[in-house]
Design a protein around this ligand. Structure first.
Ligand code: RP5
Length: 191
């Protein structure tokens, strides 16, 4: 089985959803990115998408990243989410080593608040695309949703997951549709 062929990667995984073969790989440049990227993992978990999580850096562990990205397709991954901060080349380098869709999540950085991460992730020269999401937590959540939508073009069950997610989201908004929790403020604004 393909999965056993590259067992090493699975052994190092921070989290694997259920017993099912991972379809999405979340990679991030540093442990410090996990606080943000846990939102991607949680969203995938909520959507029932099997995934794996690894810390891999384009500059600190380039050979391991090359091996991970170069074997991702054979190992059954269908989408990769790559998060990095600063001069963020993780998503671009990953995309260069695989034909799988790569979604980049720019991390908020201390010095430039993630503008550096955003530009270095999004500004890929033509030929090697990275689908770049927003900086930080919203980007992490949306990367998971986008990855699920990509999977949904092939696996119908994930389209249903997204439909349910959106319905629940809309329900939550409607259940709290009065600002500050009162009908009073709504009446005021209607005047
Ligand atoms: C990048 O550098 C990582 O993705 C992280 O966002 C940033 C800072 O890394 P640490 O110094 O916290 O390990 O490679």
């Amino acid at each position: 089985m393909v999965r056993n062929k590259h067992k090493g990667f699975h052994r190092g995984n921070k989290q694997v959803s259920g017993n099912t073969h991972p379809l999405v790989g979340i990679i991030m440049g540093s442990n410090s990115d996990w606080e943000t990227m846990q939102h991607a993992a949680r969203t995938l978990k909520d959507l029932g998408v099997p995934h794996e999580v690894r810390i891999l850096s384009a500059h600190r562990t380039p050979d391991h990243l090359f091996e991970y990205a170069g074997t991702a397709e054979d190992r059954g991954l269908e989408v990769i989410i790559a998060a990095a901060g600063g001069a963020a080349h993780l998503a671009g380098v990953t995309a260069a080593k695989t034909i799988l869709p790569v979604l980049g999540v720019p991390m908020e950085s201390a010095s430039l608040k993630g503008l550096d991460s955003l530009l270095s992730t999004v500004q890929m020269p033509g030929g090697i695309p990275v689908g770049t999401l927003a900086i930080g937590k919203p980007g992490a959540i949306n990367a998971a949703l986008f990855a699920t939508a990509i999977l949904g073009t092939k696996h119908a069950e994930f389209r249903e997951s997204i439909r349910k997610y959106r319905a629940a989201q809309a329900e939550q908004v409607l259940a709290n549709s009065h600002p500050h929790g009162g009908a009073k403020s709504l009446k005021k604004s209607a005047r």
